[in-house]
Design a protein around this ligand. Sequence first.
Ligand code: BYC
Length: 318
Amino acid sequence: MKTTADETRLEQRFQQRIEQEQKIEPKDWMPDGYRKSLIRQISQHAHSEVIGMQPEGNFITRAPSLRRKAVLLSKVQDEGGHGLYLYSAAETLGTPRSELIAALQSGEAKYASIFNYPTQSWGDIGAIGWLVDGAAIVNQISLQRTSYGPYARGMVRICKEESFHQRQGYEIMIALAHGSPAQKRMAQDSLNRFYWPALMMFGPHDSESAHSARSMQWKIKRETNDDLRQKFIDQTVPQIEYLGLQHPDSEISWNEARGHYDHGEIDWNEFYAVINGNGHCNRQRITHHIRAHEDGAWVRDAITAHNEKLRKRAQQVA
Ligand code: BYC
């Protein structure tokens, strides 16, 4: 049995490895809190990818051309793939996928608040690719350096795909913003509705963030919520200017001394209402997930039966 002194030594050694930028791998010793925090963050990240398929999936049958439809279909499929890499990464920490999915469906586990907003127009598909995937990339580039090996490696591939997603969204916005007056109005309306929720994707202010301090110490997170949000705000200003649209934040202004844009405040009441289950689409998203999951039960059963058959055959041969 391990004594407290053994535990302390293990923790010190663990933290030393983190400081030396060594990746932590599934079979390595890790503090319980590190394991729990990773399972929480990686599984919520996976849930976000999968639930995030719904708002865009809503427009696959309504895309304005065959090309747009093919691109959107492929993008939404990519998101499902990201969910699968991330569930696999979470499973390496010892929690089966069925438990992770049960936590999503019961409301115990969160997913990104942004996906509880409805998609109302084709412009929203542009705004999601540009702003939502754009915000996700800013976060995920930093997560490529996260201390847990499987999560970091998953992020490298995800970032490559997200960069295509961001461009497809911005390309839609360029077409609309430089199109007819009605199309330009559509682009502006989508920007207005998705800008603030995109900023909320980075989480609460650092001063309010329950997990940031520990996660930064363990290098699960490499940059804080506010620092990442500022990066996104700064990169988005010239993109809005290029589109010739009006910035949704009337307080946005360049601060020469800080070398960053100053900005208005997020509506935090709205943020907390949405993450606590009271956004426009929370119930709809989970109901749909449960239905799709139940519809897919036969596929999981078939895979289990097939694996069992292979296992028995291998046993016989042996
Ligand atoms: N929405 O202490 P904090 C995509 C929760 S999908 C909901 O700062 P942390 C895409 C937080 O979980 C990419 N909940 O937490 C897919 C915590 O609650 P719990 C999604 C939020 O973990 C399809 C509490 O608030 N990306 O790209 O240190 C189509 C306190 O927060 C949110 C990721 O998931 C939120 N916005 O930092 C298109 C990135 N913010 O767990 C696109 C991975 C906070 O105590 N995750 N909460 O119940 C992260 O980087 C971090 O988990 C966060 C939050 C920055 C999100």
